[in-house]
Design a protein around this ligand. Structure first.
Ligand SMILES: Cc1ncc(COP(=O)(O)O)c(C=O)c1O
Length: 473
């Protein structure tokens, strides 16, 4: 199938197709997955699968994940680090963006490690067969059980605060350890708030001093001192994450310099750190006006900052870890909805309702995130309307897209919202007791379920009815 040239695509859903170029685009700069095209029925296809057929087969709403886009993003990260970083590097997927067995398995098969933030994410990664030695446990309030679980598996702990540090230092494992994998000393990294500002939503900015994550830099020297005296802990390196959906290169460039300076400070306490984790944060295109750097340019900037800082301080290059989440999985997925009722508020707006909303995509109501949509069953239809796409929840703020530019919509149309791979399913809820949608992985015309649609039975699975409520009278 031949891709539609952009010149023919103006004023229709076709305008969002990936540009025709000789080189593979950076997925985070595309609105639709790399395999998106329009078939002879004027339907949107992804991974060789007609979206309207997928809805007929798997139901609606439906997350459609394009394997090729995900794998391409993984490879672009790895190849760029190989090209621009003269030392050792490792890319680990920030699985909070979307943690499920199939996705963990795909990214691991591309040679990536994993960042997990809970026992549940860790358990899922292990079920996917991810090597625990490539897993890093994050979180600002890890439970003792979560810490022990991760240590017993042989994961590295990214220590966030004093409580956790002291819990780990004091841990006396019952011998023999469950699976013999646990390492002594326990490999840890220290997370710090580097004081780097970036322009993103307040809730997803984590690296400024006023953040709940990580050690305050003022506290770091006593931490180094403490760690240097703990024979059961091996502090392998430092970690920082400055925020998410970042379009500038400078903050990550500056981060390298700040972190490398802390390496030399740590050396004064006898700590020889070899690993530097600069977090994730590269932004993606949600709308035409979003202009993130490519994966390659981002990696190049990050590497340049660290290489330069190490050279000026005469330090050896650390092993460099990065933790992208959104830019790996976000552009690889779309959410397909079926349209329903409409309401015209004269002189104000027209609401078009879909069969999902804030329960499958809580980002608009949480972060005022803006999305774009196409009519997957009439991709060439002229754009004539401005409508607001509303969800079906009992919440006025349940708006998927405000003022979307679309063709005329009829009940039963298939509306595809783009770039929904990151922080959609992973933040989904059962609000109003809506069952979570299914997710399918598409590749070369094949569609395989990776997450089943929840059922009414699933919704009441955890419900308990105390016996006294069942008695009559
Ligand atoms: C510690 C950490 N690492 C990595 C990420 C991934 O960030 P992104 O999805 O923006 O790449 C996050 C997300 O907030 C994070 O908190």
């Amino acid at each position: 199938m031949v891709l539609t040239p952009i010149s023919e695509a103006v004023n229709s859903g076709r305008q969002y197709l990936p540009a025709l170029t000789t080189h593979t685009p950076s997925p985070n700069q595309c609105l639709l997955p790399l395999t998106a095209q329009v078939n002879s029925q004027d339907h949107l296809e992804i991974g060789g699968c007609d979206i309207t057929n997928l809805i007929a087969q798997f139901g609606s709403p439906l997350y459609v994940l394009d394997e090729q886009t995900l794998r391409t993003a993984c490879r672009q990260y790895r190849q760029a680090f190989e090209q621009y970083y003269p030392g050792e590097s490792q890319v680990i997927y920030a699985s909070k963006a979307w943690n499920c067995i199939a996705i963990c398995a795909i990214v691991a098969s591309e040679g990536l490690g994993l960042d997990v933030v809970s026992g549940g994410e860790l358990y899922t990664a292990l079920q996917a067969g991810v090597n625990p030695e490539t897993i890093y446990l994050h979180g600002n309030n890890k439970s003792v059980d979560e810490l022990h679980f991760a240590v017993e598996q042989g994961c590295t702990i990214v220590v966030d605060n004093w409580l956790e540090l002291k819990t780990l230092a004091a841990w006396q494992p019952s011998e023999p350890l469950h699976n013999g994998r646990a390492k002594r000393p326990i490999p840890i990294m220290l997370r710090l708030t580097p004081g780097i500002e970036c322009h993103t939503h307040d809730y997803i900015r984590t690296g400024s001093i006023d953040s709940k994550f990580g050690f305050d830099p003022q506290q770091l020297e006593p931490v180094f001192e403490f760690v240097s005296q703990q024979p059961t802990l091996e502090c392998v390196g430092l970690h920082a994450h400055i925020g998410s959906q970042i379009f500038e290169l400078q903050p990550h460039y500056d981060l390298g310099a700040v972190m490398v300076q802390w390496f030399s400070k740590a050396a004064q306490y006898g700590l020889s750190m070899q690993v530097l984790d600069i977090g994730g944060g590269l932004g993606i295109r949600y709308t035409e006006s979003d202009d993130p750097p490519s994966i390659e340019d981002w990696v190049k900037g990050v590497c340049a900052g660290i290489v330069q800082a190490c050279e000026s301080l005469l330090l050896p290059l650390p092993k460099l870890i990065s933790e992208p989440g959104r830019s790996l999985i976000g552009p690889a997925c779309v959410t397909a909805y079926t349209t329903g009722s409409q309401k015209v508020v004269p002189d104000i707006r027209t609401y078009v309702t879909v069969d999902g909303g804030m329960s499958d995509n809580p980002r608009p109501i949480t972060y005022q995130s803006v999305y774009r949509a196409v009519l997957a069953n009439r991709m060439s239809a002229e754009i004539t309307e401005q409508v607001t796409i509303a969800g079906k929840h009992c919440e006025s703020g349940d708006i998927v897209i405000k003022n979307a530019q679309l063709p005329q919509i009829h009940p039963g149309d298939v509306l595809v919202v783009m770039a929904t791979g990151a922080y959609n399913y992973s933040m989904a809820s059962n609000y109003n007791r809506l069952a979570r949608p299914a997710a399918v992985l598409v590749s070369d015309g094949d569609a395989s379920l990776i997450l089943q649609r929840e059922t009414y039975q699933d919704l009441v699975r955890q419900d308990c009815l105390p016996e006294r409520l069942t008695k009559e009278g």
